[in-house]
Ligand binder design. Structure first.
Ligand SMILES: [Zn+2]
Ligand SMILES: [Zn+2]
Ligand SMILES: [Zn+2]
Length: 144
């Protein structure tokens, strides 16, 4: 583990008032290094060889979400995708792009689509999620 990642994990856990446990450090490091949304299963694969059991991963992710450290970016193919909440506000996440060919999902940071205007009175928006699908630049070049 690179030292800068170590200190970023320390800072994140401290700012969220969370205890430093081996699973939380490992899961945060996976999310920090991935820099894109991951499902719980993908997180588990990245934790190899020392994979904590599913319940532990689930509980750590829930704790992170409650603390605002991590959030559920979107749901795709019945799987919640988690990401660090450092690139989005509580109300609005950045858009995501999923390539239909290679299956990779990327964060489109710096792009934003404003909360819809013209919504009927009475609705309270908590979060807006935008996920685009198509071909990533690499797959498009390869002439998919
Ligand atoms: Zn987000
Ligand atoms: Zn692709
Ligand atoms: Zn993202």
């Amino acid at each position: 583990m690179k030292p800068d990642i170590n200190s970023r994990i320390d800072n994140l856990l401290r700012s969220a008032n969370l205890r430093r446990t081996a699973p939380s450090i490992a899961i945060l490091s996976v999310l920090l290094q991935a820099d894109k949304p991951l499902t719980q299963d993908q997180i588990a694969v990245n934790l190899a060889p020392a994979i904590p059991n599913k319940v532990t991963i689930y509980r750590v992710l829930e704790r992170f979400c409650k603390a605002g450290l991590v959030h559920k970016a979107f749901m795709h193919k019945r799987a919640v995708h988690f990401e660090l909440a450092n690139h989005c506000s509580t109300v609005q996440c950045h858009p995501h792009f999923t390539c239909k060919k290679c299956g990779v999902t990327q964060c489109l940071i710096g792009l934003s689509s404003p909360i819809v205007k013209g919504l009927k009175k009475g609705f309270v928006i908590h979060r807006q999620q935008v996920r685009l699908e198509g071909l990533c630049p690499e797959c498009a070049l390869r002439g998919a």
